[in-house]
Design a protein around this ligand. Structure first.
Ligand code: GTP
Length: 328
């Protein structure tokens, strides 16, 4: 069985981190988001097709090196075609029931149980569903007693939502869906295709546990805390890192980092970060190879890859961009 992982968005809300790293490769507990998705796939899935575009070379380099028991194809989209156009673009790979999953969803969904649910219902497809308190930023759906989806609404305004069940970003589809997607243009699966499939039987699969759509740095943080809690860990330290200080709660330290006599709490440090004596890092993300000199304060901030923070600087509530921003 095949799984398509949608990996081609620009990740604009996740800037500045996505200026240098495509969102699917951003580390969460020292593992790229896309690998969290791949590791959650059922055994039955033996091939993964990554529908990619933005910074595809970095994705290819990563999959050339990484070890996984799935056969991974990284397929280029001529330009970003939206969630539906992306699937259409790789239709040659899809000749039987397949998964489509967003690369930036971190959740406790059991994809094998989801597949059993879909097979028991029949129909042309299924959409994972998650209950939220405020659905205004999401696509919502209404289901009947047999879990069949009756209607959708995209990003309902205040007081307009007819349900708080949101599209959680994992689809199981039959290949006939491909015939309904126009080729050679941008198409949104959620806005354009799913509403047209209602008569063919689309089912909503609810699950329990957690669900985080890592679209923004704040949600990446939420996923970071959720997964550390799930593992019962306060901190995680990558290989070859030297940590000569006591870390606060909710800290992940990537590989090859050096931390000396500093105060770090509730933060994500990517590989190769160096933090010197007397510095404080709180509620922040430090990108690859960031160097923090002595007596620096960094709070509620994002520091892009390879930046050098000089002694005594105070960075509070800032997003520091990389020294060169490429416009892709
Ligand atoms: P924003 O620019 O911040 O909205 O992020 P995004 O571009 O990643 O869009 P969004 O978060 O809505 O995307 C959800 C998932 O679909 C992510 O895994 C994206 O990589 C992927 N995605 C979004 N648009 C496209 C596209 O045009 N082509 C492909 N192949 N994937 C896409």
């Amino acid at each position: 069985m095949k799984a398509v992982i949608l990996s081609g968005g620009f990740g604009t809300r996740m800037r500045p981190l996505t200026y240098t790293t495509p969102k699917p490769l951003l580390p969460l507990l020292n593992k790229p988001l896309v690998m969290h998705v791949i590791d959650s796939l059922p055994e039955e899935v033996d091939e993964v097709v990554l529908a990619a575009n933005y910074k595809i070379d970095l994705l290819r380099d990563f999959f050339d090196e990484v070890e996984t028991d799935k056969n991974v194809h990284v397929v280029d989209e001529p330009e970003p075609r939206g969630t539906g156009g992306a699937v259409k673009n790789i239709e040659e790979y899809l000749d039987e029931t397949f998964f489509v999953i967003n690369a930036d969803i971190i959740s406790s969904i059991d994809l094998e149980a989801y597949l059993d649910f879909f097979r028991s219902k029949g129909g042309i497809g299924a959409i994972s569903a998650w209950r939220v308190e405020d659905p205004s930023e999401f696509g919502i759906m209404e289901t009947d007693d047999n879990h069949r989806i009756k209607r959708f609404q995209e990003k309902p305004g205040p007081g307009e939502a007819f349900s708080n069940l949101v599209n959680a970003g994992h689809y199981i589809l039959e290949p006939e869906v491909l015939d309904r997607i126009p080729s050679d243009r941008k198409v949104s699966m959620e806005d354009e295709i799913f509403p047209r499939l209602l008569d063919d039987g689309l089912y909503g699969y609810r699950f329990k546990g957690y669900w985080v759509d890592c679209g923004r740095p704040s949600s990446l943080f939420k996923a970071h805390r959720t997964l550390l809690d799930e593992k019962g860990k306060k901190t995680l330290i990558g290989d070859r890192s030297v940590v000569d200080t006591e870390l606060g709660d909710y800290v992940t330290v990537g590989m090859d980092c050096t931390l000396e006599g500093c105060d770090v709490s509730n933060s994500m440090l990517f590989d190769g970060v160096e933090i010197s004596k007397g510095s404080t890092v709180e509620n922040s993300i430090l990108g690859y190879d960031v160097v923090v000199e002595e007596n620096v304060t960094i709070k509620d901030s994002i520091i892009s890859d390879e930046l050098y923070i000089e002694s005594g600087e105070k960075i509070i509530g800032e997003k520091l961009e990389p020294s060169e921003v490429e416009d892709d």
